[in-house]
Design a binder for this molecule. Structure first.
Ligand code: PFF
Length: 470
């Protein structure tokens, strides 16, 4: 099916946009605190194995589904198999679930730009921690910032995929990278920093459980923007001249590089400040300002730029989440872009308001025993993305014709992809059962069993009624 799509402005534009989707709060906010909660380097090692064995292959699969059909997630999967239409629907639900809490954290990042210039770095590490706790549990402030963040998303996505996104990403992604290197150097030279390095690089497997594997797999998918069709959608905009495996490797290396750098920036300082690694979701908002506080006047400057860059990194990811839903509404429901964006934005705003209030004002939900924020987080990253990735692998390996894939991945034989057979073997035989096994062991070990079962029930219902979805 040949459908005329907008293409990316340039090769660099695509890589930056796809890397912009991948690099976000997942790397700088989520990766460090998960590492802290899951005991450090053993978690990182498992995460890296999953990225290399599963992540890169699923990314190549998503790019090929998108580019070969020229359609976004739902349409691309439907083109190959009506039976698996529900996988596209899962992707749309995942995008909503993630956008039910991502703007909340994006709002925190925006708020910290202002905090940076209003005296945050004059405080002691404990007072910086208290400031964060008071801020996120408040009723109005986090809501306002969340809405600002969401409004920015709506503005950018309403304008279409090119233009603003590419330009902002080109300047601010490299800035973020350089800043992280700079913060890492400062963090490593603090007294008592060595302990942080051994926490990061000396594995202790005694802490590893089934839950650790599930968390690492979920993080690999979340961080690489996989398992929900975001990369199918981006792939559908990619020109026929590009090599898909090469782009997948570049995006993955950049993504993992930023996550590891964020870890190196945070853990040495955390130990130097005498904090424990299990700080939870506040880690980046407490430890990084602590490092800036050590820098005197320069800290204010770097801190401000850091939180601007973090907000932009969050934006380049959240627009790709929104684009999954919007492109579905445009491609499959014939909706106009603007209408699709506004409608989607309203639903996401309601979900994010509930998530934000669950940090302080509301307690945990009855029966499920978690707050709304955690509910969206667990459902998306521990159920939907992993299972979504598994089904994408199944569709690619078992439904799509192998020669179609070979042609797509070698640009009709014009480019070489020496590892094609290895990739196809992984996608067909190894990745689906591997994800299945991780999910089973994760469910056995996880505390939030009720949430996991709810998620699996939703996926099962979608699969059963797949043919009715269109
Ligand atoms: N990869 C993004 C991050 O690490 O922050 C989050 C994300 C974006 C997940 C797009 C999934 C997605 F489709």
């Amino acid at each position: 099916m040949e459908i005329k799509r907008e293409n990316w402005g340039s090769r660099l534009g695509f890589v930056l946009a796809a890397a912009g989707s991948a690099v976000g709060l997942g790397n700088i906010w989520r990766f460090p605190y998960l590492t802290g909660e899951n005991g450090g380097s053993a978690f990182i090692l498992i995460y890296l194995v999953f990225v290399i064995l599963i992540g890169i292959s699923v990314m190549i699969a998503e790019f090929s589904l998108g580019r070969s059909t020229g359609l976004a997630a739902v349409g691309a999967i439907k083109t190959y198999s009506h039976r698996f239409t529900f996988v596209g629907a899962m992707g749309v639900i995942s995008a909503f679930l993630i956008m039910g809490f991502y703007p909340v954290v994006g709002g925190w990042a925006l708020a910290y730009i202002l905090e940076s210039v209003t005296g945050l770095y004059a405080l002691s590490p404990e007072a910086i921690g208290d400031t964060f706790g008071n801020f996120i549990t408040g009723a109005t402030q986090p809501l306002i910032w969340m809405l600002v963040f969401l409004a920015l998303n709506i503005l950018i996505v309403a304008k279409g995929i090119k233009g603003g996104i590419e330009k902002a990403a080109k300047v601010l992604m490299p800035t973020l990278f350089i800043l992280l290197i700079f913060i890492s150097i400062r963090s490593l030279t603090l007294e008592g920093a060595g302990e942080g390095l051994s926490f990061l690089f000396r594995p202790d497997f005694s802490l590893v459980t089934g839950q650790t594997f599930l968390a690492a797999l979920g993080q690999a998918f979340f961080s690489l923007s996989l398992g929900m069709g975001a990369m199918i959608t981006y792939g559908s905009y990619l020109s026929k001249k590009e090599t898909l495996p090469g782009n997948a490797v570049i995006v993955t290396v950049l993504d993992v590089g930023v996550a590891l750098l964020a870890g190196i920036a945070m853990f040495p300082a955390l130990f130097a400040f005498g904090m424990t690694p299990d700080q939870g979701p506040g880690l980046v908002f407490v430890v990084i300002p602590g490092v800036f506080a050590e820098m005197g006047g320069l800290g204010v400057l770097f801190g401000t730029i850091f939180f601007i860059a973090l907000s932009v990194a969050a934006l380049t990811s959240s627009i790709s989440l929104m684009e999954v839903v919007v492109s579905y509404l445009i491609d499959q429901r014939d909706m106009q872009r603007k209408k699709a964006v506004y409608g989607t934005g309203v639903v996401m705003a309601i979900m994010s308001i509930l998530a934000s209030l669950s940090m302080g004002v509301f307690g945990p939900l009855p029966v499920l025993n978690v707050g709304v924020f955690d509910l969206f987080d667990i459902l998306s990253d521990k159920v939907f993305l992993g299972l979504g990735g598994m089904f994408i692998a199944i569709v690619t390996g078992w439904v799509v014709n192998k020669e179609t894939l070979r042609k797509e991945l070698t640009n009709d034989g014009n480019k070489s992809f020496a590892l094609f057979e290895v990739w196809h073997f992984l996608i067909k035989w190894i990745i689906p059962p591997a994800i299945f096994i991780v999910a089973i062991f994760g469910i056995i070990d996880i505390e939030e069993t009720a949430v996991m079962l709810l998620g699996i029930a939703i996926v099962a219902l979608l699969a059963i009624f797949s043919k009715k979805l269109h």
